[in-house]
Ligand binder design. Structure first.
Ligand SMILES: CC(C)(COP(=O)(O)OP(=O)(O)OC[C@H]1O[C@@H](n2cnc3c(N)ncnc32)[C@H](O)[C@@H]1OP(=O)(O)O)[C@@H](O)C(=O)NCCC(=O)NCCS
Length: 190
């Protein structure tokens, strides 16, 4: 995919632009918009339908995703990675408070990361993580946490590469097609 480009001017949420990392795709990282719903499900549904990456087990409709985006709570962070050459979405990362039933968890966010299966290993997730870390600090988050299928070694490697540490393994946390799957819980302080 093209020659290496320095994605040094990634606009993050329309705020300050900062130098991130060398990637092989020229990307724009920005806040999601309702009209991105089609692009988001075009990334998400093949990942879900592959059946080996995530505990999500049913595809999303563009209409449903648009409604979800329109109703995002104030402290949600939902960033998309847009390929600069053709404005096609190639990844997204979304994050919400760990729980809203107690203020005690307001400093903890739970996130998910999804990159177009054809665009993996080109630094897309890395750029999304850097932008999400910055946006999360700005919204007073202090810590991020997520659940990764224990059989998803690439995802675990990605999160460890971004400074997350393994908290532990929740056994038989997901039941997919009648088969139990463990989930690894990882965390990172901001
Ligand atoms: C996991 C995922 C988000 C990674 O996105 P990505 O854009 O390919 O990741 P990056 O290119 O930024 O990789 C950054 C680093 O993570 C690690 N990494 C990523 N993919 C890896 C793999 N398949 N094997 C080993 N390490 C890997 C490497 O250290 C990599 O750095 P390097 O390429 O310089 O060696 C992507 O593969 C994906 O969306 N997979 C399907 C959905 C999924 O599993 N999501 C996570 C659900 S919890």
């Amino acid at each position: 995919m093209g020659t290496a480009a320095l994605a040094g001017d990634l606009g993050v949420g329309g705020h300050k632009r900062e130098r991130l990392k060398r990637v092989t795709l020229d990307l724009r990282i920005r806040d999601v918009r309702p009209e991105d719903a089609t692009g988001v499900v075009a990334i998400f549904n093949p990942i879900i339908q592959a059946g080996i990456y995530t505990a999500f087990d049913a595809p999303f409709t563009a209409e449903g995703e648009r409604s979800y985006i329109e109703a995002l709570p104030e402290r949600a962070i939902f960033l998309v990675a847009e390929r600069a050459t053709d404005s096609v979405l190639v990844g997204f990362q979304s994050m919400e408070p760990f729980a809203t039933y107690a203020h005690a968890f307001a400093h903890v966010g739970v996130l998910g990361t999804y990159v177009d299966l054809r665009c993996r290993r080109q630094g897309v997730a890395g750029c999304l993580f850097q932008a999400t870390f910055q946006a999360a600090r700005a919204k007073a988050y202090e810590k991020l946490l997520t659940y990764i299928r224990a059989d998803n070694a690439p995802a675990l490697a990605t999160y460890l590469h971004q400074g997350f540490r393994v908290v532990g393994t929740a056994q038989r946390q997901a039941k997919l097609g009648g088969r139990y799957v463990d989930e690894v819980i990882v965390e990172r302080f901001l």
